[in-house]
Design a protein around this ligand. Structure first.
Ligand SMILES: [Zn+2]
Length: 66
């Protein structure tokens, strides 16, 4: 394994060294955060089908309050 290998940042495609890179496989903290943000945005689209379970949670909360 070449410890000095160069990878391309998945976000901006900039060549970046793998070694001593705390943000790998990204080139910087900024690219890492952008990628995580994209991933979180994808997740937020999914829960549309889970509204039912959210209602159940509210019901349980009401029981506790009464
Ligand atoms: Zn980058």
């Amino acid at each position: 394994m070449d410890k000095n290998k160069i990878i391309l940042c998945p976000q901006c495609k900039k060549p970046v060294t793998w070694k001593d890179n705390p943000y790998r496989p990204f080139c910087s903290e900024r690219c890492k955060i952008i990628d995580l943000g994209d991933w979180a945005a994808e997740r937020y689209r999914i829960p549309d089908k889970e509204i039912g379970s959210e209602e159940d949670f509210n019901e349980n909360e009401k029981d506790i309050l009464e």
